[in-house]
Design a binder for this molecule. Sequence first.
Ligand SMILES: Cc1ncc(COP(=O)(O)O)c(C=O)c1O
Length: 450
Amino acid sequence: MRHRDPAWNPAAGSAGAGLPRVAWGKGLYVYDTAGRRYLDASGGPAVFCLGHGNDEVNAAITRQLERIAHGYRYSFTSDPLEELEQLIGAAAGPGFESMVFVSGGSEAVESALKIALQYHTARGARARRRFIARRRSWHGNTLGALAVSDFAARRAPFEGALTEASFIPAVNAYRPPAGVAPEELARHGAAELEREILAQGAERVAAFIFEPVVGAAGGVVPAPAGYAALVREVCDRHGVLMIADEVMCGSGRCGSWRALAQEGVTPDLFAIAKGLGAGYLPLGAAVYHRRIAEVIDAADGGPLTGHTFTGHTAACAAGVAVQTIVRRERLVERVAAEGPRFMAALSAELADVEAVGDVRGRGFFVGIEFVAERATRRPFAPELGFAGRVGRAGVELGLLCYPVSGIVDGVEGDAILLAPPYNATAQELAEIVALTSRAIRRALAGRPAR
Ligand SMILES: Cc1ncc(COP(=O)(O)O)c(C=O)c1O
């Protein structure tokens, strides 16, 4: 699939256009068929949390393929599937032993939405059909996940066919609503949710879905401290389920295995994908709490959602290998320890660049937001395609980052995402900082005067 949005595709629009042809990868580096080397600073879209070409993961997949690729779910269970359930259950914390395995993030979100609906139906609350989501959020490309996503460019061709959802304002400390003081932002955001639940009628609302740290749609936006706990209270007050979309920010990326764990908050359901299988095979999961499982198991015997490749045996074997390494090498703890140093190094390196408005994030999940004017936080004109320019400058220098645009209001606003592998060395992280700085400065130097 080719995307015309230059912020999505760092190579589009560059001299000669056309994407490089990938050949192989090892660790942080990817090589194309022309022999060029790229430092993969974003792990693609925050996926490759162990880097590329991990021998242990590849060997586990090969061993599984030599036995059988997949035992179809209506005929078999498998060791890899059950081992992965155990590993996720242990990492996610008490109550999370129920899950549906899928092939990616959109399917994971889609499954979480459906399980929430199934739960309400099973309880006799069939009127609870509506989802509430936030502005500037991304939950995926299937119709259900897209319907709860606020990403104008990605929704536009499908408007009119998307299930109606409610969108409440984004909660972004760098761009707070007018008149809301920073210390009030968490409470204000939670109050917006409660207002919308009451406006819709709580008896009609199935769930609130949000990214604990917004990824592509916001340019890595962590919610302010206390927000998730307040949201939990609002949801509980009104019988509304809380769905955490941790497809990008979860599986250890933010320095705790569940992103929300560091807030001390337990959602009813959460979606994971990207870092779960680290990109070695397509894998995702919708994980739901025992209190949800008990209701749907009693009514229906289990979740009424799934696909041909649900619990794909080789994909689960990849997931087991990845999660075993993450646990054995204490990589989530490493991300928690190194993340603040990485972000501080980026902030220091970019301090003199007027166009860098904000450097933010959690763990090894960092966003750099660009502005035309630091003092007023005015974004660049969208025609400039500044994020795409940084992406292309990076490619010219042998750096892969993830440019995103439209992060302020769906049209304006530019950022890049960085998401190094959890096992990146201090030297590799320093190289990312240096190359990112060069890419930004190069993009600025090549920017037409306005
Ligand atoms: C937060 C979030 N949810 C869902 C998705 C969809 O995942 P996928 O592209 O694997 O379908 C993404 C993808 O970027 C994401 O960032």
